[in-house]
Write a protein that binds this ligand. Structure first.
Ligand code: SME
Length: 148
């Protein structure tokens, strides 16, 4: 099952400040998808100062841009807070990308008070993300800061 030390140790093997940001984000998405059970989509939407655009991800092809304030990602980005959605079908304004997705968590990535983007994770399992899982994922995002 999920083990914080193992995930961050694994991340430590692949992330490196000498690599480009896109390279570190790509391996981060791959490692979360591999290590955390019951996920069907893991990836980044990055902020260009105006809107969110699709970054490195693991999963099905997804919407290319998300306006700030829209969907779960745009809402998390504008509020700058983690959003856990137990059932995406009950979330007004949810942007569907993969029919398999039933639950979602979005974690904003804010470095030095600057919004970099969000980490978006989908699961086919309703109520997949509890506070403990959110905390584990947030710690992995904290770990990522050093490599951005
Ligand atoms: N569900 C997201 C859109 C991105 S896909 O899940 C990959 C949202 O509502 O913002």
């Amino acid at each position: 099952m999920m083990n914080q030390i193992t995930i961050n140790e694994y991340l430590g093997l692949y992330l490196d400040k000498n690599y480009k940001q896109v390279t570190n984000l790509a391996n981060f998405a791959a490692i979360i998808k591999e290590m955390v059970p019951q996920l069907n989509w893991v990836g980044f939407y990055l902020y260009d100062g105006k809107e969110l655009y699709l970054g490195p991800f693991q999963g099905k092809a997804a919407v290319q841009t998300i306006p700030m304030g829209e969907g779960v990602c745009g809402t998390s980005a504008i509020k700058q807070e983690i959003i856990i959605v137990d059932d995406v079908h009950a979330y007004p304004g949810h942007i569907a990308c993969d029919d398999a997705s039933n639950a979602e968590i979005v974690i904003p990535i804010i470095k030095d008070n600057k919004l970099i983007g969000v980490l978006d994770i989908d699961s086919p399992v309703i109520k997949r993300f509890d506070k403990k899982t959110a905390e584990t994922l947030r710690k992995s995002v904290d770990f990522l800061f050093d490599f951005l």
